[in-house]
Design a protein around this ligand. Structure first.
Ligand SMILES: [Fe+2]
Ligand SMILES: [Fe+2]
Length: 308
């Protein structure tokens, strides 16, 4: 942990408490050459900073390993949740594993690097406001964020094909051994619900998932047909059911902060060069999840507030 940027944070230490920050990023997409220097530029500001990586590092296992190895050499702890791009089986990938086998291979890769995965105990980050458990989740999507005017998965997919808005997952994200991506999603939701229900409710959770756990953040998508690849209705009440300090997600490539039922949702994506060249990085490269900065967007009491 010697590669820290100049440290301006307070150095007072109490037993068992971190003076570092809980930071987050997603959608590094390092398969695109112009995005790689962004990953190379990510540094902590203290030896105690943790980094959440909420999916879409890249597509090839060599790239994913490169990024995670770099980040684990800099941050005290790295926590990963898979994105759809990690789960693809592209033709250029030497390792032609599909679906669950590919996911399990990535979990083993992470464990070899000391990166926390959705299959591991939730690590506890101890900040000035008390401990929180950081829970990386893998719950995928099930086409229940249906396209406008449709009521079934089939209708919703047909509408996306008509509009010419079809996620590449349809061709590269294989659900094996499950019969469909939605069946895989339902299995993951059940497993994950059991784990969250067994978690000590006195320790708040930072829920980390590649997709938003509620549908509302997808309402600003340019193509509403794309929402069906962005989550599941099955997680809509998780931030209320479980003691949640914050929700961290990516995938939409719309970096911002919103509140749902008073809970903070942070979209922490970098996105593609064509996106960040246009909008810049309005909230910086690394989002500080905790301690929550006083100058960051604050909840104003409305049911939902977009502070991008
Ligand atoms: Fe992405
Ligand atoms: Fe994604």
């Amino acid at each position: 942990m010697s590669h820290t940027a100049p440290n301006t944070s307070a150095q007072t230490t109490s037993p068992g408490r971190s003076d570092g920050r809980l930071l987050a990023v997603s959608d590094l997409h390092i398969g695109i050459a112009d995005n790689r220097p962004i990953t190379e530029s990510l540094f902590p500001t203290s030896d105690d900073d943790w980094l959440i990586v909420a999916g879409d590092i890249g597509e090839l296992t060599d790239d994913i390993e490169w990024a995670l190895r770099l980040l684990t050499s800099r941050f005290a702890k790295v926590v990963w949740a898979p994105g759809n791009h990690e789960l693809w089986t592209p033709r250029e990938e030497p390792l032609q594993l599909r679906g669950e086998q590919r996911y399990q291979h990535l979990v083993e890769l992470c464990r070899g690097l000391g990166v926390v995965t959705p299959e591991d105990p939730y690590p506890v980050w101890r900040g000035p406001q008390g401990p929180v458990a950081v829970a990386p989740l893998f719950v995928l999507y099930d086409y229940s964020f249906r396209a406008p005017g449709t009521t079934t998965k089939e209708e919703s997919l047909a509408k996306a094909h008509e509009a010419g808005v079809v996620c590449t997952d349809e061709y590269l994200l294989h659900p094996d051994p499950y019969p469909s991506r939605d069946a895989w999603c339902r299995a993951r939701v059940q497993q994950t619900e059991r784990r969250l229900a067994a978690h000590d409710p006195s320790v708040p959770l930072v829920l980390v998932n590649h997709y938003p756990l509620v549908r509302e953040p997808t309402e600003v998508l340019w193509h509403p047909e794309f929402a069906q690849w962005c989550g599941t209705e099955l997680t809509a009440d998780w931030h209320r059911r479980f003691n949640t300090a914050a929700v961290v997600y990516g995938h939409l490539h719309i970096p911002r902060t919103t509140w749902h039922d008073g809970i903070r949702f942070e979209e922490v994506s970098i996105g593609y060069p064509r996106e960040w060249r246009r909008r810049g990085h309005p909230r910086g490269l690394l989002r500080q999840i905790l301690p929550y900065p006083e100058d960051a967007p604050q909840h104003d009491g409305k049911p939902k507030e977009d502070s991008a």
